[in-house]
Write a protein that binds this ligand. Structure first.
Ligand code: FE2
Ligand code: FE2
Length: 394
């Protein structure tokens, strides 16, 4: 029988406290491996916004890449509706045909709340608990409580020693946003995901969305997840946040911008035939080439698979690769955010980023001329839609 620990959390961000909890649990010898489960965005009252799942998943995955006996799973991210720990435990048990002993791994502070959890008796009938006792904890009291609850629920609540790491995710996010010495507080993997994509710096725009809208976006993120690889998911979330910022600055509907930004590349990873099939449905013969077809194909997918009915959103997805004549502010925002989101590392993005803050048309012209120069270097011609965009912007 294999002994598996389960460690869940929002991991927003994944930090050194999480890492030492996981490694100490493995070092305790009470489990053979540990399954780490970033939470999906819970579809109920969230006290504060939780960043898109792909960031939290990638920070966790990259931080644990070199830690033996760990596995990061998308189980809860991909689950529709609220995830209860009991459901997760049962899914893991089913995967191992019940030939598994599961321990939930937490800090010992949860011991005070355990009886208030959703159906603790049913949960603890299916698994054990493995709780970290840290330097500052009252060992004697934790031990007494663990014994009392073990008896009450007829389970085993084991304790293990872990180093004391005082880290609040809220404070850590604030440090990241203000750029004050945060890099050593998170594992290298998380640091690179945060530094490369800069998403916490755009958190304040994400916070401007209503809770309902964030829940809608989280469920769209879950729906497109199976269609995209992780890199493309990160880019999509980056475009969503950058679009939100530009929408806020230029008085465009935030939810239209976020939706189009998140979905703009939803067709990008489709197998070729499927991609062209969707693109043909859109009926735009000028956008059927390999690099361009995912625009119209994405708009069709957004409408037919993900329930987007707003024509303005669909149009901005359709034309996001080339631009077009008479672009709306939303079209420009999606076009630009795609090219200059914070994860992009092309040369000469700064002037476009600066222009985009104050003048979308100027940013568009700069960006289109960069694209044209790039095409010229590859001996390609500008697309007729891009030329039309330049004409109408002038
Ligand atoms: Fe694209
Ligand atoms: Fe894109």
């Amino acid at each position: 029988m294999i002994r598996i620990g389960i460690c869940g959390g929002t991991f927003d961000p994944f930090h050194n406290g999480h890492l030492t909890l996981i490694t100490s649990a493995l070092d305790s010898g009470r489990i053979d491996s540990i399954l780490v489960i970033p939470a999906g965005t819970p579809p109920h009252k969230m006290s504060e916004p939780v960043m898109p799942a792909i960031y939290r998943y990638e920070m966790t995955r990259k931080s644990l890449r070199d830690v033996a006996h760990t596995e990061v799973t998308e189980l809860e991210i991909l689950k529709e509706g609220r995830s209860y720990t009991l459901d997760t435990v049962m899914m893991v048990k089913a995967k191992y045909h019940d030939d598994v002993e599961i321990s939930l791994v937490y800090g010992s502070d949860i011991i005070n709340d355990l009886e208030k959890w959703h159906e603790p008796a049913a949960l603890l009938a299916e698994c054990k608990m493995l709780l970290a006792v840290r330097g500052g904890d009252d060992h004697e009291r934790v031990k007494q409580e663990a014994d009392r609850l073990s008896k009450k629920f007829n389970t085993i609540i084991d304790l293990f020693a872990a180093p004391q790491i005082e880290l609040s995710s809220t404070e850590l996010r604030e440090k990241i946003i203000s750029g004050t010495k945060w890099q050593k507080l998170v594992p290298k993997g998380a640091e690179s995901v945060i530094s490369h994509n800069g998403f916490y710096s755009l958190l304040k725009y994400y916070q401007k969305l209503t809770e309902n809208d964030r829940i809608k976006l989280a469920s769209l993120e879950r729906e497109i997840w199976p269609y995209l690889n992780h890199k493309r998911m990160i880019h999509s979330a980056n475009v969503m946040l950058y679009s939100l910022m530009l929408a806020d600055l230029h008085d465009v509907d935030l939810m239209q911008a976020a939706t189009a930004g998140l979905l703009h590349d939803c067709a990008k990873c489709l197998p070729h035939d499927e991609l062209i099939g969707y693109a043909q449905t859109a009926g735009d013969d000028l956008l059927l080439e390999d690099d361009l077809a995912h625009g119209p194909a994405g708009a069709v997918m957004a409408r037919d698979l993900f329930g987007v009915t707003d024509p303005a959103v669909l149009r901005s997805i359709h034309y996001h690769t080339t631009g077009c004549s008479d672009m709306t502010r939303l079209d420009k925002i999606i076009f630009l955010a795609d090219k200059i989101e914070l994860g992009r590392t092309y040369d000469d993005l700064d002037p476009i980023r600066e222009a985009a803050v104050s003048n979308l048309n100027r940013a568009m012209l700069l960006c289109l001329s960069e694209v044209e120069a790039y095409l010229r270097r590859s001996s390609k011609l500008s697309h007729p839609y891009a030329l039309a965009a330049v004409d109408s912007l002038r």
